[in-house]
Structure formats: C-alpha cells, structure tokens
Design a protein around this ligand. Sequence first.
Ligand SMILES: C[S@@+](CC[C@H](N)C(=O)[O-])C[C@H]1O[C@@H](n2cnc3c(N)ncnc32)[C@H](O)[C@@H]1O
Length: 305
Amino acid sequence: MTTTNATPTTTSSPEAITDEVRARYADAALAVLGRGDTQADASVGCCSPSVMTDPADPAWGQLLYDATDRAALPDAAVLASLGCGNPTAVAELRPGEVVLDLGSGGGIDVLLSASRVGPTGFAYGLDMTDEMLELARRNVAEAGATNVEFRKGRIESIPLGDASVDVVISNCVINLSTDKAAVLGEIARVLRPGGRIGISDVVADDALSPDDRAERGSFVGCIAGALSFAEYRAGLEAVGLGEISITPTHSVGGGLHGAIVKATKPVNWTLADIRPVDLPKPSSSGLLPLLAGGGGCCGDGCGCS
Ligand SMILES: C[S@@+](CC[C@H](N)C(=O)[O-])C[C@H]1O[C@@H](n2cnc3c(N)ncnc32)[C@H](O)[C@@H]1O
C-alpha cells in the first residue's frame, strides 16, 4: 500500500477544511469545463485516495457505472464522476419519486435518477461548489432533462423542506463532511415517512481508529474522514432511521472499503427521534492529512478519470 508520508498536515478548523474540500472540487470541475490552469488540475479533487495507484482501477468514478448508463449521459458528466459507487443502481428508484443527491458534483447521479423516476418524478442535486453546479447545469442542458434542479448549499443544512423527498442518494460525499451527525439528522428530516436512503461511501474497518484512517489517506481524498461501519450504524440509529444495512462492495486499500449504506425512515418518525451522537470530527484526530501527497488528489500519480 502506498502511504502519504509527504502529506502536509494541519490542525485547521472545520470551516477551513470545508474550504479546502470546496477548492479541490472546484479545480476538478474547472478541469472538466476546460478552464483548469494546469495539467495537474485534471486529477485534482477527485475522490480517490493516495492508496490507489492504477488509473484504470474500477474502484472509483465512472467505471462503476455500466456501459449503457454511461452511453446515455453527456461525456462531461461521465468524466466528472468522482464517486465510489453507483447509488442509483441500489436505490431501486421508481417512476414518480422525488430524489435528492447530496454532493451532486457534475450531476451524473442526478441525471440517472431523473431518467429512472421519469417525467412524473423529480431529481434534486445539492452541492456547495459553484464550479460543480455550473458543470452539472451544463450537463443537464446537454442531456435535455427537465425534471431536475440543482441547489447550492451544504449537506449539513439541506435547503429543502421537512418530509419532502422519497429517496436520498449520495456518492462518496458524506465522508467529506466535517459534521456527519448534522448530515444524518438532515437526511432524516427531509425524507418522507417510509422514505429511504441508498448511499455509496467510503467506510473504514471498525478496528481502524480515526488516526489510523488519517494515516492511510487524505481528507479531501475521502479516506481520513471515513466513518467506521459501527460509527455509520450508530449515526443512522441516532437519527431514528431503521432497516439499516452497510455492505462493503470493494476494498479501496488499508482496511477501507467502498460500501452501500441503506436505511429507511419509520412512518411514525418525529424530529424528537433525533438523538445526539458522538461521531469523529476532523479535529478529534489531531494532525490531519488534508491534502494528498504529490500535489494531486490521488497522490503518487494515480489517474481519476
Ligand atoms: C467526491 S465528489 C462526488 C461528486 C458526485 N457525487 C460524484 O459521484 O461524482 C464530492 C462532491 O461533494 C461536494 N461536497 C463536499 N462536501 C460538501 C458539503 N459539506 N456540502 C455540500 N457539498 C459538498 C463537492 O463540492 C463535490 O462536488
């Protein structure tokens, strides 16, 4: 396994970390938009850790989608795919449903969702990065999808009403949040009673402490901020979700996995069902490797697209 010995460390505030995440994904969007400053931009910002070294590794990004899905999408949406799974494939979306994609990036999962829920359904994308929103809106225009809207905002404070969506999906984003308890609470709030989640994320073995995770990869590369299986489950239980399953789908190295996270919102759920839960925050692990080594998101020259 490649390590990140040369990785800069930081004790930055959560806001500074979020700013760094935003900057990285802005660079990734600009590269796809053709406005990146340098060759390196094409590999900056993708959600691939320094432990990955093979550009063709099917564990990340566009190769996780089947050829039929990829062929139906604008090239730029596929190129900007920075996820670690294919949540639309596991969420079992049905015609007429309202879907919300947290951290929608270049819009690949929003476009796939829009097609699956059809003209009587709707797909929202939420992202905090202006450049990603620009790319996603361009991709939607190119695809001609009309049952889609992208909103700017933070997944810790979702700009949608209570009980307004049937399905929350997300692809390799929750690990990037500096306040995962808030994200999970917001997911529970916006889901309709009986609603469900189908989330792809990086998840750590329970034996790995937050410091162990931080040793294995950067925060912006989706490794240092990964929850363990037990923490993810505790977080979902604390916000009152049920029927929880967290299923590893592939190893991304060093005891970290791409995983599918599923859960449902009980029909009798109320806001009072949200309990406080102590999930790791970046500052709790001391010195944090914020940036991947070598100046690119993947460190050590691995490709991401
Ligand atoms: C690894 S990329 C994944 C993008 C997309 N889901 C995909 O599969 O291609 C992470 C995305 O989440 C966004 N993001 C990260 N943290 C966020 C937060 N706290 N609130 C809103 N968006 C966030 C970034 O701007 C970026 O577009």
